[in-house]
Design a protein around this ligand. Structure first.
Ligand SMILES: [Zn+2]
Length: 586
């Protein structure tokens, strides 16, 4: 047998949430077996080793060897030049896409959480035997040889999550490549519709990049009570989606954008990788200023490509763009943090949000998506619609798809190559300043961004005013973000609430002597005129505090995309090329 690292994963007692793992390493003098502290695609130290227990070691003759813990993630065995087998258990009771979960219904694991590895052996094949409970099957993108799953190296093992359960998979073919879909949770979506729509999305992305770079692909879908997210992998993805929302037309459309997002990553971040993440260093943070390009550009395409397939109407697409612009406009932190800084500090800012995040940070997903929109339209304008961001992605794929990595200035260089000129002023403003994005490029496709006052507390922006001019009025504004459950999640910078001394975590109890919670406080203030003086009662660390507030005027931070007056034929044609929809389709 050729040299390899061998694992055996079993789950004899699923209700205990404990995976039982055997790891057999080839002979070494001293064996330092380590577990990653993070998993690629999710930029937070999760310290997976805290879930490892009962570690023992034995040599080939079955003799027990001493195991010493040398730091938070390392187990050391003096193996004396013999092969060593480690046995241990991993507690898995967190159902997210980047952790592991085992219960009576299934087992799901990410390699980073389960497989102790040796740094010097990472390039060896890693082979896994999974002992599934009776009636359960194993689903993964890894190749199979006999009863073993085979990863050519440790990176591929970490990048290939495994689902084990009594599931009935769906199959479809996209761009000539087999795709498999496994759904955990109920109610199950209509299988024919799910396969057909995913296939449409996959084929659109394959067409953009000129084919698919693998032999098969796996979608793992987790329908749960709450939470929306995905994690990208080389030849698979795990998607978590709220089951109730999936039953609605908007939820279905949104689920397709989530799938499109993770699928787009199979190029943009998995194969076109930031050089700062080559190789993956699993024991520490990896810093890059490029997350705006890997996450923001992917967020731009996840919706644009669903639109181009026809699975989302053009008006819905423009509404979603307007909602994103409105969210950014309501984020005071956009004036504090640049896109590059947001990318670089993901580990301590984006992934560790608190009550001050809205005031001090900006999301590299959100502003990155909108910067990608501006870049795409700028390229189209500069080249008379001959080139676009699509060409930048194809160029990056051609230049850097080998996994060697994109340098920190590589995305800008590729865009300038496509533009045929320097784009320094564009990138300096969008990435390295806190100036507002220049939305004047929308005129290239016959659109313009307009703002209005939100018409209710639930108004997310994105749409034209619903009220007639005669019905609009100034609205009272406090400037808090309510938390579900009644309290104040955040107090916005420079808002009347901040000036008056309302605090995040205050529990709102009354407005002018009448009971309210934080959400109804916002809508009640909305009904009042700016300048009205009100008394807000809150419990602050269990003490009742009365806070007088003079309401401000609600800012006009709802953004929507309107058509320019008297659009030219050229603008209409550019719009149609950009969205793949007729200008007349409203
Ligand atoms: Zn992403």
């Amino acid at each position: 047998m050729s040299e390899a690292v061998h694992y055996r994963v079993s789950m004899p007692r699923p209700h205990s949430h404990l995976f039982e793992v055997e790891a057999r390493f080839p002979p070494l003098g001293v064996l330092d077996a380590v577990l990653p502290v993070w998993t690629p695609g999710s930029y937070l130290l999760r310290e997976y080793s805290r879930h490892v227990q009962d570690v023992t070691a034995a040599d080939e003759a079955g003799r027990t060897l001493a195991v010493a813990r040398t730091d938070k993630r390392t187990w050391r065995v003096e193996s004396g030049g013999h092969a060593v087998t480690l046995r241990y258990r991993v507690y898995a009771n967190e159902l997210t896409v980047r952790t592991s979960h085992l219960d009576g219904t299934h087992g799901y694991f990410n390699g980073a959480t389960l497989f102790l590895h040796v740094e010097g052996l990472r390039s060896l094949p890693h082979r896994v035997r999974v002992d599934a409970p009776s009636g359960w099957r194993v689903f993964t993108a890894l190749e199979r040889e006999g009863d073993e799953l085979v990863a050519p190296d440790h990176d591929t093992l970490v990048d290939s999550p495994v689902e084990v359960g009594p599931h009935q998979p769906l199959f479809f073919s996209a761009a000539g490549v087999p795709h498999e879909v496994v759904v955990w949770g109920d109610p199950k979506p209509d299988p024919e519709r799910l396969a057909a729509d995913l296939r449409t999305v996959c084929e659109a992305e394959a067409a953009l990049f000129g084919g698919l770079p693998f032999k098969r692909y796996l979608f793992l879908v987790y329908l749960t009570d709450k939470g929306r997210g995905g994690l990208e992998h080389l030849s698979s993805t795990a998607l978590l989606y709220p089951r109730q929302q999936l039953q609605t037309p908007k939820g279905w459309e949104d689920f397709l954008t989530l799938a499109a997002h993770e699928y787009f990553h199979l190029w943009n971040v998995k194969r076109i990788r930031p050089r700062a993440l080559v190789p993956y260093r699993y024991g520490e943070e990896a810093y890059t200023r490029l997350l705006w390009a890997f996450e923001g550009v992917t967020s731009y395409y996840d919706t644009l490509l669903v639109r181009r397939t026809g699975l989302m109407s053009a008006p819905r697409y423009l509404t979603r763009l307007g909602e994103a612009l409105s969210t950014l406009a309501a984020t005071p932190g956009r004036r504090v943090q640049t896109l590059e800084e947001s990318s670089l500090t993901a580990w301590v800012k984006y992934y560790r949000q608190d009550e001050n995040t809205v005031n001090s940070g900006v999301s590299y997903y959100l502003k990155g998506e909108l910067a990608a929109l501006c870049l795409d339209l700028a390229l189209r304008r500069l080249t008379g619609d001959a080139r676009s961001l699509d060409d930048v992605m194809r160029l990056l794929w051609t230049q850097s798809g080998d996994g060697q990595g994109v340098a920190e200035d590589g995305v800008e260089a590729a865009a300038e190559q496509v533009a045929g000129q320097s784009l320094k002023p564009f990138f300096d403003r969008a990435l390295r300043s806190t100036e507002e994005l220049d939305l004047s490029v929308l005129s290239h496709v016959g659109l313009e961004a307009r703002t209005r006052i939100r018409e209710s507390a639930a108004d997310k922006g994105g749409t034209a005013p619903r009220l007639k001019a005669s019905e609009t009025r100034e609205r009272g504004w406090l400037g808090i973000v309510p938390r579900s459950g009644g309290g104040i999640a955040s107090v916005l910078e420079a808002s009347p609430a901040m000036e008056a001394g309302l605090y995040a975590d205050d529990e709102v109890v009354a407005l002018d002597g009448e009971r309210v919670d934080a959400a109804s406080l916002v809508s009640r203030c909305d009904d009042q005129a700016p300048g009205t003086r009100v008394i807000v009662h809150v419990f602050r660390r269990d003490r009742l505090v009365a806070v007088p507030v003079t309401l401000g005027a609600r800012p006009a931070d709802a953004v929507w995309l309107a058509r320019v007056e008297a659009p030219t034929e050229a603008q209409k044609a550019s719009y149609e090329r950009w969205l793949g929809a007729s200008w007349d389709d409203t």
